[in-house]
Design a protein around this ligand. Structure first.
Ligand SMILES: Nc1ncnc2c1ncn2[C@@H]1O[C@H](COP(=O)(O)OP(=O)(O)O)[C@@H](O)[C@H]1O
Ligand SMILES: [Mg+2]
Length: 149
């Protein structure tokens, strides 16, 4: 993926997720940021495919905070969009997922200050036009800084 890339279709965004998944290790935490409709959930579908999780399962975790999938390792998918300013935001318990045998992916991680671990990989999504999305990677901490994505 490099530091940044433009996707020209949902399928291309899925492929980017699939490619990234091959480079992920258990214990990795990804923060997906950017506006509604930018392609964060589409990207997570690609991650799932790359982790050999059966197709078609990944949807936005709208009514639960975290959905769990099992492939070559776990995928723990959270969406904090609705949590802005809510007191329960502090008790989501995401920390327990960080310790488990899998990858934790958090949409709208920036909605809840303090929810992210010290080290994480951020992928920021921007809408360029109706079909194109710009994805920018930022490594936070040495766990990610020294790896190629
Ligand atoms: N290049 C692209 N990558 C990802 N999604 C795209 C792209 N072009 C159009 N779309 C559309 O944008 C929407 C992205 O939705 P979603 O992944 O749920 O966004 P988010 O989770 O960021 O709110 C989908 O309807 C998808 O079909
Ligand atoms: Mg989403």
């Amino acid at each position: 993926m490099g530091r940044g890339v433009t996707s020209a279709s949902p399928a291309a965004t899925r492929r980017l997720g699939e490619g990234l998944a091959r480079k992920l290790q258990a214990g990795d935490v990804l923060a997906l940021t950017g506006p509604v409709g930018a392609g964060k959930t589409v990207f997570v579908q690609g991650l799932a495919r790359g982790l050999q999780i059966p197709e078609g399962k990944v949807a936005s975790p709208s009514f639960v905070l975290v959905r769990e999938y099992q492939g070559r390792m776990g995928l723990f998918h959270a969406d904090l969009f609705r949590l802005e300013g809510l007191p329960e935001a502090r008790t989501v318990g995401l920390e327990e997922y960080y310790e488990r045998d899998g990858v934790t992916v958090i949409e709208w991680a920036n909605q809840v200050p303090g929810i992210l671990p010290e080290e994480y990989l951020e992928i920021h999504f921007e809408v360029v036009d109706p079909r194109r999305r710009r994805l920018t990677l930022a490594a936070h901490g040495s766990r990610y800084e020294n790896r190629e994505f």
